[in-house]
Design a binder for this molecule. Structure first.
Ligand code: F3S
Length: 64
């Protein structure tokens, strides 16, 4: 099972995560990312892109 989270202390609202994987991340009212979906086989590439493209390294993905 893939565990996805956003470190809210690191996120500054670049928005690359929800641009790359809109099914998993959405912006809150201030543009900070929240996790709204689960990783699936179909979204794995998008999730990986989101993780790699966050300049703050705030997207955390771990295999549990
Ligand atoms: Fe935040 Fe990084 Fe996404 S700074 S909005 S987690 S791209």
């Amino acid at each position: 099972m893939t565990d996805v989270s956003v470190d809210r202390e690191l996120c500054v609202g670049h928005g690359r995560c929800y641009a790359a994987a809109p099914g998993i991340f959405e912006p809150d009212d201030e543009g900070f990312a929240v996790v709204v979906g689960e990783a699936t086989d179909d979204s794995r590439a998008a999730l990986s892109l989101a993780e790699q493209n966050c300049p703050e390294h705030a997207v955390l993905v771990s295999e549990g």
